[in-house]
Write a protein that binds this ligand. Structure first.
Ligand SMILES: [Zn+2]
Length: 84
């Protein structure tokens, strides 16, 4: 069983959370200038980092808040980064 450390509720079962994507990914600053291929890349390309990456998670079945967490994809070890 995997637990995720919510900054507001503490460690909870991973079934209570929703993955929100890579926290380093930024929406294009000038969206009207982005090509269809550029939008496709922004929406569907997911970096598959082997090692530590920062990710958005939402505690859907708890406080319903978003936060950033560092997850090591090799071990699924999670370290709390921030909460809003
Ligand atoms: Zn929570």
């Amino acid at each position: 069983m995997m637990y995720i450390p919510c900054p507001h509720c503490g460690h909870r079962n991973a079934d209570e959370f929703v993955y929100g994507g890579d926290s380093d990914k930024r929406r294009p600053e000038n969206p009207e200038e982005v090509s269809d291929a550029g939008w496709s890349d922004y929406i569907y390309s997911v970096p598959n980092v082997k090692g530590v990456a920062e990710e958005y998670w939402r505690h859907k079945r708890g406080c319903n808040r978003w936060f950033v967490i560092q997850r090591d994809s090799r071990t699924d070890r999670m370290t709390q980064c921030s909460g809003n």
